[in-house]
Write a protein that binds this ligand. Structure first.
Ligand code: PLP
Length: 376
């Protein structure tokens, strides 16, 4: 918890559940990544947290932006971003969205199929396009694997044709999966994409850019490598494959920029031991899977939780949300332990919930109000 967040919670005691995010930490994370990869342009993946205050601070730091919808494009423009700094990075776009983005001056678009490339040729003529390659997502706690990206063979064919279709064949991209905990995943993906890059360049395509995607992890319950380790692994791999002729490098971090900048404060609604013979207590919070904690699906993302009783005796717990849906369980199998003194009415904090929480919140399931948000 940053001092600014601690002060805010103590002074205001906001109604729960609420997300409180320190924008200075967003800036610190952005700078840390820029220092770790000084040769890469940073396109912030807006979907991780599209709050105006986040976007505005990043515009001030000369960030670029990766938008997934026309609404995200508009949010970036509203925060002061220039259209040339926005990449429309979703490989699945409505024709109307492509047209509107193109009209607004966005010039960089992703695709991973012939059908999408044809849509771009018709509705964003002259645009810089890059093809997303399917890579392994091993090591990622939140994989994106099979929904996006194409094979080396198809990418080669499509990039060879993009020029004749009136588009600018700009580059290649991949995404190693979100919350990627190994540097190795980037090294393998770079090797795969570098071969195609060289091959296409030799075939006369004027490729200039490699987009390494996002995936850089936030520290949750378990340790993860430092951002500098990702930076040096990436630069070593890039230099090994390209020598001094490095292409333009793009990264699209989402989670790393905002994840540990925010926390959720929640109230304990009930602590119960429904089976006297089972030592596991059930802790029900006023936020759950439908209140924004969607990434607890499959217990994939394991948030750290702090309570007013930390330091006292602990016991095993299952942790669930307040709704009447049986799927609204956060953790049952991940060996969570919380203080035995924990009781209804206590306030607890779920740490590093600045990414992929506010926007995953349902609007009114069971009548519960959506998560309140404070940006400091
Ligand atoms: C979600 C996404 C990102 C951001 O991923 P993180 O793991 O949050 O860094 C980047 N690029 C694309 C195309 C994405 O879909």
């Amino acid at each position: 918890m940053t001092p600014k967040i601690a002060r805010f919670l103590a002074q205001h005691q906001p109604a729960t559940p609420c997300l409180v995010l320190d924008i200075d930490r967003v800036e610190a994370n952005f700078r840390a990544l820029r220092d770790a990869l000084p040769l890469a342009r940073i396109y912030y993946a807006v979907k991780a947290n599209p709050a105006h205050q986040v976007l505005e601070r990043l515009v001030g730091l000369s960030s670029y932006f990766d938008a997934a919808s026309i609404e995200e494009v508009t949010a970036c423009l509203d925060a002061g971003a220039r259209p040339e700094t926005i990449s429309f990075g979703n490989t699945i776009k409505k024709v109307s969205a492509i047209r509107r983005a193109h009209e607004a001056g966005v010039t960089m678009f992703a695709f991973d199929s012939r059908e999408e490339l044809e849509k771009l040729a018709r509705n964003a003529p002259g645009a810089r396009v890059y093809c997303r390659i399917l890579v392994e997502n091993e090591g990622a706690d939140w994989p994106l694997s099979r929904k996006f990206g194409t094979t080396i063979e198809s990418a080669r064919e499509l990039m060879l044709q993009a020029g004749d279709m009136g588009l600018d064949p700009y580059g290649l991209s991949f995404h190693v999966g979100s919350q990627q905990t190994t540097t190795r995943a980037y090294e393998i993906a770079i090797g795969k994409v570098a071969m195609l890059f060289t091959d296409l360049t030799e075939a006369g395509v004027n490729l200039r850019m490699i987009n390494l995607g996002g995936g850089f992890p936030t520290r949750y319950r378990d340790e993860v490598p430092e951002i500098d380790q990702f930076g040096s692994a990436i630069m070593t791999a890039m230099t090994a494959h390209f020598g001094n002729a490095l292409p333009e490098m793009v990264v699209e971090p989402g989670r790393f920029i905002v994840g540990d900048a925010g926390l959720v404060q929640a109230e304990v609604v009930l602590v119960s031991q429904r089976d006297r013979n089972d030592p596991v207590r059930w802790v029900y919070l006023d936020i759950g899977r439908f209140g924004g904690l969607a990434e607890t699906e499959g217990e994939a993302i394991k948030y750290r939780i702090t309570t007013p009783h930390d330091g006292s005796a602990m016991g095993p717990v299952a942790i669930a949300g307040p709704t009447c849906d049986g799927a609204d369980i956060l953790y049952e199998k991940s060996n969570y332990r919380l203080p035995l003194a924990l009781t209804s009415g206590d306030r607890v904090e779920l740490l590093s919930t600045g990414a992929y929480v506010s926007t995953y919140c349902s609007t009114k399931f069971n009548g519960f109000a959506p998560l309140a948000e404070y940006y400091l």
